[in-house]
Design a binder for this molecule. Structure first.
Ligand code: C5P
Length: 239
């Protein structure tokens, strides 16, 4: 995989024009875009298709988490929007994960579109060991992420969203085909913001991450194209 293709830019903005302008200027220097709750709830489902017209790889990051029937139906509703990747929360449990995987495959077949990749969010990169224990888990963030990654694989998901801190252990557990998507990536010397378990682009790739999700270090930079290029170069690619 070319380093550029690993970089997914989180379009965490409110406005349609701002999101499309970022997509237009960055489309040739990155692998794709992530549409998350902020942009989706502001602009509605149509924004996904608009970004997908500009880039073949859109990750729709809505982190579905509900009972199996509800999540399955929600996945069906999302498949037609043209995203290449969707996600659910591993914390929703095995039945919910299976319902989501089945719904994605069935709906894609029904409408004659490629099946989107379905990945499970493990432990948010904004949570550390003390926040995980505070939630009632008697283990740390890393162990929980590994357990949830194995569960997601057994339930038929294509991969996980996980911190680069867990990527190499997840890779060993799940094998070479399982996709690992890592947010919480910060170029050397940049502010972590609300992210706790952060890694540099080079460290994330060498830990086994397939895709790096990076938002503010690019979208908040004075020159987003240059910031994206520098991150690709940091991953070991051409600038
Ligand atoms: O701006 P920043 O690079 O921190 O953006 C990271 C993006 O990845 C945000 O859109 C956030 O919602 C998302 N994300 C995350 N941690 C996860 C899953 C998704 O930070 N576990």
């Amino acid at each position: 995989m070319h380093p550029k293709d690993r970089l997914l830019v989180a379009l965490d903005v409110d406005g349609r024009d701002e999101a499309l302008a970022l997509a237009d200027c960055l489309r040739d220097v990155v692998g794709g875009f992530k549409v998350g709750m902020r942009l989706f709830y502001r602009q509605g489902p149509g924004i996904v298709s608009e970004i997908a017209e500009r880039s073949p790889f859109v990750f729709l990051d809505l982190k579905l988490h509900d009972i199996p029937q509800t999540v399955g139906q929600a996945v069906r509703a999302l498949v037609g929007l043209g995203a290449a990747m969707l996600n659910v929360h591993a914390g929703g449990g095995a039945a919910m994960l299976r319902a989501a995987a089945e719904a994605a495959a069935e709906e894609a077949g029904r409408i004659g579109r490629p099946r989107p990749l379905l990945v499970a969010v493990t432990v948010l990169t904004s949570l550390d060991d003390s926040s995980v224990r505070e939630l009632g888990f008697e283990t740390g963030a890393r162990n929980l992420a590994l357990r949830w990654a194995e569960l997601a694989m057994h339930c038929g998901l294509d991969g996980v969203v996980a911190s680069a801190w867990e990527a190499s252990a997840i890779r060993v557990l799940t094998g070479p085909q399982f996709r690992i998507v890592s947010p919480g990536v910060r170029p050397a010397g940049e502010a972590a913001g609300d992210q706790r378990r952060v890694a540099t682009p080079a460290a994330a790739v060498s830990a086994g991450a397939d895709y790096l999700v990076i938002g503010r270090p690019i979208t908040g930079a004075p020159d987003p194209v240059n910031a994206a290029r520098r991150i690709v170069a940091e991953m070991g690619g051409l600038n």
